[in-house]
Design a protein around this ligand. Structure first.
Ligand code: CND
Ligand code: ZN
Length: 383
């Protein structure tokens, strides 16, 4: 019996209030309107950006269905949709690509005008939501909402991938892997023989390491306050790992000494102001300050806390350092996601080491507890 055109009742994890566990609910998912696609989610990963919403540092309208790193199968399409059809394997795109706006037409820009990361409307483009629970409208999250058995997205926020792709693995292409890998190869443009430092060795930071290694960096230093993260970082390409808590001096001073006046490329993959920049005397780590003063490049990857500002000593820039940042590793999502999936199928890189736990939507709160306790890299929930 076809479900096309009908409301689907299914299971979803709803966040009703900040700093509260998810509630597993039966939700109603309305059929897709014009230029929308309804997707059966098959696998979805847990990323720290979802947790930033729960703790209030990434502000979104509530109640909401979070989740943005997923893969699934198209269930039905709205009028006018041409790029996907029912049965296609797809990845939802939290950073969409409409291909029509000024940014999409720019050769490298990737913050499409249709993105909901900078706006946080919590709806689809048409201005309303397709989720209802207990009679209330539930918001969408950054064009995706994947902690649900079914979701609806705008056509510009979904792309077809190879029909042989293992969805329970390539879901990581939807965020963590691509964000980290692209930050190294596309945003920083890491060069062969260079020295890199990566602050934060979670799923995204480890993917930065994979990118630095594939770009030919000869020295890759991992920095984390949780030493349990070091073994995996070394397995993936870190040549050494250090813990700021083991040193009395600020970690940027340690790094500058270790690397003869600073590194070529540094990456902040935590989302803290003190690890981005040396902002106060008590700061322990600072990605920008450990770059070589003449040519170092620092890439901000971590999502910063809401409404907080960095204070930068202009001398750090005047001498030649570059500070940059990027969403989704600088990739243009519709163009690049299918290629990254093909690269996985061609065994250009492996996603398996990043997946430490496989779980189900019912156990979502345990999955987040493990991330917060530093015990997991990526938990993938399969439906
Ligand atoms: P995860 O929490 O798995 O990793 C963060 C790591 O940082 C952990 O290993 C921590 O132990 C470590 N850490 C925490 N505090 C410190 C500190 N003071 N000094 C050194 N290490 C520390 O997170 P993730 O890998 O899923 O995500 C990392 C960040 O990337 C996070 O802010 C997330 O929101 C962001 C992100 C950005 C983008 C993008 O498009 N730019 C996409 N997804 C995630
Ligand atoms: Zn993410």
């Amino acid at each position: 019996m076809t479900t096309a055109g009908k409301v689907i009742k299914c299971k979803a994890a709803v966040l009703w209030e900040l700093n509260k566990p998810f509630s597993i609910e039966e939700v109603e998912v309305a059929p897709p309107k014009a230029n929308e696609v309804r997707i059966k989610i098959v696998a979805t990963g847990i990323c720290r950006s979802d947790d930033h919403v729960i703790n209030g540092s990434f502000v979104q309208p509530l109640p909401i269905i979070l989740g943005h790193e997923a893969a699934g199968i198209v269930e039905s399409i709205g009028e006018g949709v041409t790029s996907v059809k029912p049965g296609d394997k797809v990845i939802p795109l939290f950073n969409p690509q409409c291909k029509k706006c000024k940014t999409c037409k720019h050769p490298t820009g990737n913050i499409c005008i249709e993105n909901d990361v900078t706006i946080a409307s919590g709806t689809l483009k048409e201005g309303t939501t397709r989720f209802t629970c207990r009679g209330k409208s539930i918001h969408h999250f950054i064009s995706t909402s994947t902690f649900t058995e079914y979701t609806v997205v705008d056509e510009f926020a979904v792309v077809k991938i190879d029909s042989s792709a293992p969805l329970e693995k390539v879901c990581l292409i939807g965020c963590g892997f691509s964000t980290g890998y692209g930050s190294a190869v596309k945003v920083a443009k890491v060069t062969p023989g260079s020295t890199c430092v990566v602050f934060g060795l979670g799923g995204v930071g480890l993917s930065v390491i994979i990118g630095c290694k594939s770009a030919g960096a000869s020295r890759i230093i991992g920095v984390d306050i949780n030493k349990d993260k070091f073994a995996k970082a070394k397995e993936l390409g870190a040549t050494e790992c250090i813990n700021p808590l083991d040193y009395k001096k600020p970690i940027q001073d340690v790094l500058v000494e270790m690397t003869e006046n600073g590194v070529d490329f540094s990456f902040e993959v935590i989302g803290r102001l003190d690890t981005m920049m040396c902002v106060c005397v008590s700061s322990k780590t600072a990605a920008f300050a450990c770059c070589n003063n003449a040519y170092g490049v620092c890439v901000i990857v971590g999502v910063p806390p809401n409404a907080q500002n960095l204070s930068i000593n202009p001398m750090l820039i005047l001498t030649g350092r570059t500070l940059k940042g990027a969403i989704f590793g600088g990739f243009k999502s519709k163009d690049d996601v299918p290629k990254l999936v093909s690269d996985v199928l061609a065994k250009k890189f492996k996603l398996d080491p990043l997946i430490t736990h496989v779980s189900s939507l019912d156990k979502i709160n345990e999955g987040f507890d493990m991330l917060r306790a530093g015990k997991s890299i990526r938990t993938v929930m399969t439906m």
